[in-house]
Ligand binder design. Structure first.
Ligand code: FES
Length: 497
């Protein structure tokens, strides 16, 4: 048993095992999985800490080190210490979603909880039997200490971190449910049922199911879900152990229960020719045509989540989230005002569109001036433009390939919904200008917000929809884009602006 030391984190005292890495005890981004190579886990730390190592010196200047900046994944708490993180910057996490009407007939007696576990964020809501929302909450997914994307996290599981990844997630769910109940003034033991949606990797990690088949070709799921387990089995300890927890079904390794929930909330599968897309690190697209369902997914990369971009950051205080070009001059809007600290996905799409309009960037992606300043302290480099090209062409090609596989054009769609945070804040003119979305789709795009959470809410309040969700998951045909020559061609074409 290790001795404990006292850690004062953002003014709050706690006790942690001596020698803990700071990244183990604070939640924050770790895009490189804690290898000290991305430099994104900076914190201000003082007190009894491990010595500064070479990797930290590579990312932090002598002046920054003197000010107390450290890399959380490289710094151990050897004794009592104080750490300040950037969490004063409130993350913009989308909890609201748009959905169609349905009959409310829950099976719980008093209260129920709907949760969406995303790779980056976690959002939850508490409801009563009449379907009234009593409270909502959200936080960053604490698994980010093991990497920003699902493949890095699965790598961490394979390296023996399975328990830790499951445990931090269960504790975060516990804390969120406890918070919901505290806000609503109800007892957690009165929560009679929960629905937890997520992508296939998140549900595997949550349930302690081996995620290894998700990490290599032919990319299969070990478990498709669409089943009820108990809170005790999951180790969600704030609920009574026998509390049923419904885990919605997945379609495939990369089209998960979050997509099924989004489809259910949006009504994409109700007929006609409709499409819904969620653009994140992994983009998922679902198409309904003549009551038949098709889906595909593509690795878009994290550029539109503000990761892997030199000045990139999540959509939170200090992020440039919108850029306009007025009389040849760029104007940046900053979340919360003040000095810009970086640029988030929606700002990035705007910035690239404005640079194209201003002819500072050509259609091949060549930047006249490298770097080009968007505002003071935020600039885009040539490598950032390349990352945007890779991300937007993957999304564009996925949509174009799924449509052409069914012999339809974008203009044939009766509806196109955009789920998720990025889609919600994205300026559609910029999306069309940079070639992220076909212009016909950008024109009719309807942002539906956190549709995955909305769908989880529907499955909680109307359990009879669970059969419909299973039917959607089982009958959806997944289009494999890897090795598809049409996708490859669309991808190449999509690289141009
Ligand atoms: S340097 Fe990448 S997480 Fe610490």
């Amino acid at each position: 048993m290790r001795d404990t030391v006292s850690l004062c984190l953002n003014g709050e005292n706690r006790h942690i095992p001596q020698g803990s890495l700071l990244s183990e005890v604070i939640s924050g981004e770790a895009p490189c999985g804690g290898r000290g190579s991305c430099g994104k886990c900076r914190v201000l730390a003082f007190g009894c800490l491990s010595p500064v190592n070479e990797r930290e010196r590579r990312h932090l200047s002598a002046e920054e080190l003197a000010q107390g900046w450290r890399l959380a994944c490289m710094t151990r708490a050897e004794g009592d210490c104080e750490v300040q993180t950037g969490s004063a910057a409130v993350p913009r996490i989308l909890t609201e979603g748009v959905g169609d009407a349905y009959n409310i007939s829950p099976s719980f007696l008093k209260y129920g909880v709907a949760v969406d576990v995303g790779t980056t964020t976690l959002a939850a809501k508490l409801f009563d039997r009449e379907g009234h929302e009593l409270a909502q909450t959200a936080c960053l997914n604490p698994q980010s200490f093991a990497g920003a994307d699902v493949i890095t996290r699965i790598g961490a599981v394979l390296a023996g971190e399975s328990f830790r990844l499951k445990n931090v997630l269960c504790r975060a769910i516990d804390e969120r449910i406890a918070e919901l109940c505290a806000v609503a003034g109800v007892a957690a033991t009165d929560v009679g049922e929960a629905v937890i949606a997520g992508n296939a990797a998140m549900l595997h990690l949550l349930t302690g199911t081996d995620p290894e088949p998700l990490s290599r070709a032919p990319f299969a799921v070990k478990r498709k879900f669409g089943e009820t387990v108990t809170a005790g089995e999951l180790d969600v300890s704030v609920l009574l152990p026998e509390t049923p927890v419904y885990l919605p079904p997945c379609i495939s390794a990369f089209v998960g229960a979050d997509t099924v929930c989004a489809v259910l909330a949006d009504g994409t599968a109700r007929g006609g020719t409709r499409m819904i897309a969620d653009i994140g690190t992994n983009g998922e697209i679902f198409l309904c045509k003549d009551n038949k369902f098709y889906a595909c997914s593509m690795a878009a990369g994290p550029a539109f989540e503000g990761v892997g971009i030199s000045c990139g950051m999540r959509g939170e205080s200090g992020a440039v989230d919108r850029v306009d070009l007025v009389n040849g001059k760029l104007y940046a809007r900053i979340i919360g005002g003040g000095q810009a600290a970086g640029i988030c996905g929606s700002g990035l799409a705007d910035a690239v569109a404005c640079l194209l309009d201003a002819e500072l960037l050509d259609e091949s992606g060549y930047l006249d001036e490298d770097p080009t300043y968007i505002c003071s302290r935020v600039a885009l480099k040539q490598a950032d433009i390349r990352a945007v090209q890779l991300a937007k062409s993957a999304v564009y090609a996925g949509i174009a390939t799924l449509l052409s596989a069914q012999g339809i054009k974008a203009s044939d769609l009766d509806g196109f919904s955009l789920a998720g945070g990025f889609g919600n804040y994205l300026n559609m003119r910029s999306a069309a200008r940079i070639g992220l979305l076909p212009a016909e789709l950008a024109r009719i795009a309807r942002p539906v917000g956190n549709a995955a959470l909305k769908g989880a809410e529907k499955l909680l309040l109307c359990p009879e929809m669970r059969d419909a969700s299973r039917a959607i998951a089982e009958s959806t045909e997944t289009l494999e884009l890897g090795g598809d020559p049409v996708f490859a061609e669309n991808y190449m074409m999509g690289m141009l602006f």
